[in-house]
Design a protein around this ligand. Structure first.
Ligand code: SF4
Length: 312
């Protein structure tokens, strides 16, 4: 056997042994086909609303949605919030996404004066000192750029799934709660086309359609945010446990997706609600996904009612 053949074999064996999010997670639910059609219907409905953008973190759910938008050739733009603290792997995926034909990808960054002021006052790593300083950082690097990204939009599209955490357990396919809460800028609707998808559905789609994804997912990062605030998860932990891991469950979420308290699925940040996070998906590194309460419920009244509101 030649040296090149030996090297090739070694590379193939190494690739086979390497962890792969697809190998671990790509197991479609029995409702996968329904979920896929539902997501396409929600995106088509969003596209006719007017200016609508997809908010992409470039995570697994978001690359699926972007691929659906491209394959359906919908007039929906994509925007990414580059907080200035993203992983190099995420920035590389952003570049590759921007190069995709038939897609408009806009990047919104925090105001440089706000960043400088924060770092000079509190230090680069003040996020670990208190939940308040962490949330101030999220407000400066995410929420303010988000407001600019959403200016003039009639709606936005997210990759939220009900199974990601109990705070998201009631996420609807179409969410008008922000519209009701923001009387100053009426008309903004949030679309969550993957609301009913399982993690297995997401990875099955990625595998089936050969969608480019963040290699950090292969290193046990199920949820990817800023580098200082994201870590790999360990066996048995739920999918969001790698985010702001030093904080209590009640403090988590960056504010992008906190719905007004009192609305269905609204999160008031209370310990009681956060405590219910025990009911979320978790994963072991052998690829066995576990969850308790809110697996797929395609026939629950709320889901059925929502589906009726979608033109399929
Ligand atoms: S996730 Fe972390 S680094 Fe990113 S904006 Fe929030 S606190 Fe700042």
């Amino acid at each position: 056997m030649s040296v090149i053949d030996t090297l090739r074999r070694a590379a193939t064996a190494e690739a086979a042994a390497a962890p792969s999010a697809i190998r671990l997670h790509a197991r479609p639910s029995p409702q996968y086909a329904t979920h896929l059609e539902e997501a396409r219907a929600v995106l088509r409905q969003a596209a006719v609303l007017g200016p609508v953008s997809q908010a992409s973190s470039l995570g697994a759910e978001d690359v699926v949605i972007t691929d659906l938008i491209r394959s359906l050739q919908l007039p929906i733009t994509v925007f990414v919030l580059d907080t200035g603290r993203l992983h190099t792997e995420t920035l590389a995926l952003l570049e590759r996404t921007q190069a995709l034909p038939g897609l408009t990808v806009e990047v919104f960054r925090p105001r440089i004066d706000a960043v400088l002021d924060y770092v000079l006052r509190h230090g680069q790593d003040a996020i670990y000192e208190s939940a308040e300083l962490r949330k101030t950082c999220c407000a400066m690097r995410k929420l303010e750029p988000l407001e600019r990204a959403l200016a003039g939009q009639r709606g936005w599209i997210t990759g939220l799934r009900q199974q990601q955490s109990s705070a998201r357990a009631d996420v609807p396919l179409v969410d008008g709660s922000e519209q009701a809460a923001e009387q100053a800028s009426p008309g903004r609707i949030k679309f969550n086309p993957l609301a009913h998808w399982t993690q297995g559905d997401v990875w099955h789609y990625i595998a089936e359609h050969r969608v480019d994804y963040n290699p950090l997912h292969d290193r046990f990062f199920p949820s990817i945010g800023c580098a200082p605030c994201t870590r790999a998860v360990t066996p048995g932990e739920d999918l969001r446990s790698g985010r702001w891991w030093w904080e209590s469950e009640a403090a988590k979420e960056c504010g992008l997706h906190v719905r007004p308290a009192g609305t269905p699925g609204g999160h008031d940040g209370s310990p009681a609600q956060a405590g219910a996070d025990a009911r979320t998906d978790h994963v072991d590194h052998a690829g066995h996904r576990g969850h308790t309460h809110h697996a797929d419920h395609p026939t629950t009244p709320s889901s059925a009612a929502l589906r009726r509101s979608i033109r399929t």
